[in-house]
Design a protein around this ligand. Sequence first.
Ligand SMILES: Nc1ncnc2c1ncn2[C@@H]1O[C@H](COP(=O)(O)O)[C@@H](O)[C@H]1OP(=O)(O)O
Ligand SMILES: [Mg+2]
Ligand SMILES: [Mg+2]
Ligand SMILES: [Mg+2]
Length: 346
Amino acid sequence: MAYERKLAAAKKAAFLAARLCQTVQKSLLSSDVRSKSDRTPVTIADYGSQALVSFVLKRELPSESFSLVAEEDSVDLRKDESQEMLKRITKLVNDSLSSDGTYNFSPLSEDDVLTAIDSGKSEGGSHGQHWVLDPIDGTKGFVRGDQYAIALALLDEGNVILGVLACPNLPLPNTGQSRQHSLQNQVGCLFSARVGAGTYMEFLDGSSPTKVNVSTIENPAEASFFESFEAAHSMHDLSGSIAKKLGVTAPPVRMDSQAKYGALARGDGAIYLRFPHEGYREKIWDHAAGCIVVTEAGGVVTDAAGNPLDFSNGKHLDLEKGIIVTSKKLMPLLLNAVQEALKEQS
Ligand SMILES: Nc1ncnc2c1ncn2[C@@H]1O[C@H](COP(=O)(O)O)[C@@H](O)[C@H]1OP(=O)(O)O
Ligand SMILES: [Mg+2]
Ligand SMILES: [Mg+2]
Ligand SMILES: [Mg+2]
């Protein structure tokens, strides 16, 4: 069936990358974290995850032309002072591939790892197919020991046609399946979605995928809403005033990364509000996988003017003000509240 093989490849890549990230997060050293030129953090796990996903996609889909738009590049890793870090990354990638056991491969050299990272240099756009990868979304959360996600999606002619979100620290939902497996205290979920085929969630430790849907609540006052953990990433005061207009009484659920899209897709909360500060330009890898995971679960993702997100313009998303996410039922009310609050702010 259309895209099924590609979705299976994407899931395998995200599972392996999630395992690599879990290993690193358990014993993260300060020398494993660097600051990029835009002053955001990057770690050995961001680089390792990107190299691993690129390797797995190429191995699983060998006969296809390959285009990947990904967050990281190898420029800093090629510097003299990064050679120890590059060795650690190469070992991580080789260890992940051999522990999986399904690939017959000769260990990757440091050059192979740099090349794999740099295969993510495509610019995307409105023609052909492009994989879109955030190897660790929410690096600040990852470093803090909190939420993060491995986010992988596929664009076809500028539209997101499949997406996978691995969320290694997202708690399992309190449902029959997790109770039955005595898994209530365990964490780690993977969401996957294919256009027209719904959104499924499985546990990273193994379970069969179950279909998920967004919240069915009809009264916005009963909603709880997600926003960034980091106040530098989204204006908390603005989302507070929108929530107030909707009569929301529950405190905001602050969480790093696209794990928010996954949690909303399974109905944990009903609204996600994201209003970056003036001057910040959103990137496609920060929303492509989350967007299809939510829309295939019955939700809607738009900018603050109600326009759908446009993934066809290269690496950046050009947006009106911010991103809002909720169910089809609540979107008209949310959009009104957002526009009122924005008017009052200006
Ligand atoms: N100044 C910023 N404003 C908004 N988002 C940012 C900013 N700096 C980095 N990000 C990106 O926002 C996303 C996380 O936002 P949040 O966790 O608040 O939802 C990440 O993709 C992060 O990149 P990264 O992938 O490097 O972690
Ligand atoms: Mg980053
Ligand atoms: Mg990101
Ligand atoms: Mg990232």
